[in-house]
Design a protein around this ligand. Sequence first.
Ligand SMILES: NC(=O)c1ccc[n+]([C@@H]2O[C@H](COP(=O)([O-])OP(=O)(O)OC[C@H]3O[C@@H](n4cnc5c(N)ncnc54)[C@H](O)[C@@H]3O)[C@@H](O)[C@H]2O)c1
Ligand SMILES: N[C@H](CO)Cc1c[nH]c[nH+]1
Ligand SMILES: [Zn+2]
Length: 455
Amino acid sequence: MTNTEQNTSALQPPVMRTLDLRGQHLSYGELRNVVPRQSNDYVGNAAKTVDEIIARVRAEGADYLRELSAKFDGVEQGALRVPAEELSKAVETLDPQVKEGLEVAIERTRAFAQAQRPDDRELEVAPGAKLTFRWTPVRRAGVYVPGGLAVYPSSVIMNIVPAQAAGVDSIVLCTPPQEEFGGLPHPTILAAAHLLGVEEVWAVGGAQALAAMAYGVDDAGEVLESVDTITGPGNIFVALAKRALQGVVGIDGEAGTTEIAVIADETANPDYVAADLISQAEHDPNAGSILITHSAETAEKVAEAIRVRAAATKHAERVKTALEGPQSGVIFTDNLEQSIAVADAYAAEHLEIHTANAAEVASKIRNAGAIFIGPYSPVPLGDYAAGSNHVLPTAGSASFASGLNTTAFMKAVQLIEYTDAALAEIGESIIAVAHNEDLPAHGEAITARTQDFKG
Ligand SMILES: NC(=O)c1ccc[n+]([C@@H]2O[C@H](COP(=O)([O-])OP(=O)(O)OC[C@H]3O[C@@H](n4cnc5c(N)ncnc54)[C@H](O)[C@@H]3O)[C@@H](O)[C@H]2O)c1
Ligand SMILES: N[C@H](CO)Cc1c[nH]c[nH+]1
Ligand SMILES: [Zn+2]
């Protein structure tokens, strides 16, 4: 028996908190305030840490990146950029089955990412008044691939494939250095990058990696040029760094600590539900797993299945901490309609639906990063190979943000082209509004032309 097994066998089974909403008729706003979330103190303290990291990366550059790699990753680093030969070497030593798994994921994710490319739009709003909505890729993207408690070659695919589908010119990938690999990133991450044709990889993790990509960094003449947009998932420090750097660069959204919510009724398979709640709790002791149900019997059966499964799982301690945290719990509702309302208010990163007519229930959900419909669409399918993207909005941000997709690496330019007649046709009304705004020079810019047409 290993040390880990000895430790975990002594653990008490996880006991999730309960929130009983039965008989209450809370509005959407009230529900948003009561659903389980990370504690404010936890988020607030992490935000202070992140602000300091960003300021010091700007001021001290590569030396400070090395200092943080030593502090958080236990690595004394030389050059921060990963040599090109390490990427090709990693593919040569890659387990063939893992390689196949990555290739299947690339193929499906690419097909879906290409289908997301938006078309340009042209419209003549009046004779001679031509408007175009033209999509262009950003010039340079920075992608973050996590690698702290676990490593995420799958996130290489989820970031790089849509960036390539968008047509981004230049991509840099940052991921934490690993002590076990002499300060290089995990070899499967390097292999996935190489399979996708990525050449620029820096062994830098956490909030500091995002600051480096946003502002650029010079490591003894090796330059990480600043980027236009940063995407990618990560822990609380990574998510808060994206929040802080938004505006300096574009971001795809906050894809922070993982969450799963499950709507279950009496038809749900409790073992599947338990397995899926545990699967996402495995990411991080701060991960959120939530069961929303109007069936007390289902809740009890899921709790029993969790007791059995949680004890046997490899990261039992992390799972227990996550399931018992303030960000997790079992929410009791009066009926399916109320469960749907709770799920909308929670706005889960991942929402699974284990009910009768699951597709119909899904059609009623507005807020979720991704919806997994029915018993055979578990979140880990989407994590690795469904073809959908696993970089998804967390902490309630699914009420206004989308999961990573091709358009996150694109922006639209609006083109305006009017003929003289088309301008003359609308000129007087523009001048009237310009005067009303007390901006007469705006009107004069029109008159300067319309006078010419008359003359
Ligand atoms: N929402 C999504 O789309 C999505 C997808 C995949 C993974 N995730 C989440 O990504 C996270 C991965 O986390 P991880 O830790 O394994 O890898 P990570 O790469 O996100 O974080 C590791 C880095 O965090 C930094 N760090 C660690 N402790 C710190 C501290 N006390 N102060 C400041 N910085 C610190 C270090 O720089 C370290 O390199 C998990 O929370 C997982 O749930 C989210
Ligand atoms: N569930 C994560 C998104 O929150 C993605 C992932 C990658 N590997 C395993 N899971
Ligand atoms: Zn996962």
